[in-house]
Design a binder for this molecule. Structure first.
Ligand code: SF4
Length: 437
């Protein structure tokens, strides 16, 4: 009797499929929205499975991101022809009409409106567009409705910088942020949901003070003090916003993982100037030096744009050589992508796509070689790993403190457990080790 009821109930539950493109900020936002669906009795199904609602949280940082979004919309319509398709986020904010005109799209929600999806879902009307520029701060964080082991906690949104290649300030508006008090409340919620690791995220978290009137290092200090939190990371931080006070707070806590993401964009000062970045290569070297002094075995990731308008071979070589000189371990390489309304789009001397492709390929290959060298250097060392799940080989896998994938053999279920591992070998870019604690 009981089983029938459950099955009957299961069948009656509405089903939602969610998909996120782009950054960790988007991931944290989908996490909160997924929880909202769950709280309303929806079952969350894999994207691509038939669903009553399909929610796509989009990105528009490059042309490629836009076309990926369109492909996903087509895929959603194919797998859920009867379902309601909701397209939200940055691409929806920038191209609402274009998206609303695509087959099967029912709702187009901008970055502020996406949180109100439940208000619009019950309305019969299709092709609805809700995109505004009110730019309120909506808090968001990964939830247990998500399949993530690490929790992304949104502390800031929008950006007041005007980097000449970037569309984000148009898609996400002016900088705004959560208060320290509310951030601590959100962090405590995440720990009570069983999350061991929190990653603070935003568009430009280094702008936290300008947006909130409170110090970022104070927020970090308070979040680190949350009982039960075991691991802490910052997502991407602009180099010019990393203060000595912040580094001191990070250095002082054993919960802080030695992994940083510091966008570089170019190794040429002329190009950095044309990009309207707020630092020089000398500044960048200095901040990387300070991080390495505080965290000698740190993994450092860097965003790099190649093929910015006018970029000469010499200027590209300057980027290549700076990445060779500095202890950058994780390269995130993007071909320059012309974005409507940005000032760089109006520049002359746009680089031929074949040249861009070549430059991207050579940097990616070099980046892979550097990450392999960095990983090899970890053999023989001990690291704290937060295990996620078993991989295809049946071993448990997770990230080391300095952001390298590590696997161990274990009969015990290590899901969402942090353990100390002695790294014993490296195969195909993946580290293997033994549990020692
Ligand atoms: S800091 Fe620059 S690149 Fe980053 S979001 Fe703001 S405008 Fe874009």
């Amino acid at each position: 009797m009981l089983m029938e009821n459950i099955e009957a109930n299961l069948n009656n539950n509405k089903r939602v499929a969610l998909h996120t493109l782009g950054c960790r900020l988007n991931l944290s936002e989908t996490g909160s929205i997924a929880q909202g669906f769950k709280d309303r009795g929806y079952d969350i199904v894999e994207f691509g499975q038939a669903a009553d609602v399909v929610f796509i949280n989009t990105c528009t940082v490059t042309d490629a991101a836009d076309s990926t979004c369109r492909n996903l919309i087509r895929k959603a319509h194919g797998s859920s022809p009867e379902g309601k398709i909701v397209v939200a986020g940055c691409y929806a904010q920038m191209e609402p009409e274009k998206i609303a005109g695509m087959q099967g799209v029912d709702l187009v929600l901008g970055n502020s409106e996406k949180y109100k999806v439940f208000d619009y879902l019950d309305e019969e009307e299709t092709n609805q567009i809700h995109v505004d520029k009110t730019w309120e701060f909506f808090s968001a964080a990964t939830t247990s409705a998500d399949s993530h082991t690490r929790a992304f906690l949104k502390i800031q949104d929008g950006c007041n910088y005007v980097c000449s290649f970037c569309i984000i300030p148009f898609a996400r508006g002016r900088s705004r942020a959560i208060s320290v008090e509310d951030a601590v409340i959100e962090a405590k919620k995440l720990v009570s949901q069983g999350f061991k690791e929190i990653v603070l995220t935003g568009v430009n978290i280094g702008e936290y003070e300008q947006a909130s009137g409170e110090k970022l290092h104070h927020l970090v200090e308070k979040v680190l003090a949350v009982e039960g939190l075991e691991r802490f990371r910052l997502s991407s931080v602009e180099p010019n916003t990393i203060t000595d006070e912040l580094l001191d707070v990070l250095k002082a806590s054993p919960k802080v993982l030695d992994h940083f993401h510091i966008p570089l964009q170019s190794g040429s000062d002329e190009i950095l100037k044309a990009m309207r970045r707020k630092y020089t290569t000398a500044d960048y070297k200095k901040i990387v030096g300070k991080i390495m002094a505080a965290f000698p075995n740190a993994g450092i990731g860097a965003d790099v744009i190649v093929g910015f308008p006018g970029e000469t071979q010499e200027q590209f070589d300057a980027t290549f050589n700076l990445l060779k000189e500095l202890p950058i371990t994780h390269f995130h390489v993007f071909p320059y992508s012309k974005r409507k309304n940005t000032s760089a789009a109006k520049l002359d001397n746009h680089i031929h796509s074949a040249v861009k492709k070549d430059r991207v390929r050579s940097l990616l290959m070099f980046g892979e070689a550097k990450l392999n060298l960095f990983s090899e250097d970890q053999v023989g060392t001990k690291t704290k790993v937060l295990f996620e799940r078993r991989n295809k080989a049946g071993n448990f896998e997770g990230y080391s403190s300095n952001y390298v994938r590590v696997q161990v053999e274990s009969d015990q279920d290590l899901s969402n457990l942090e353990r100390v591992v002695l790294i014993t070998s490296m195969d195909n870019g993946k580290l293997s080790g033994q549990l020692i604690q």
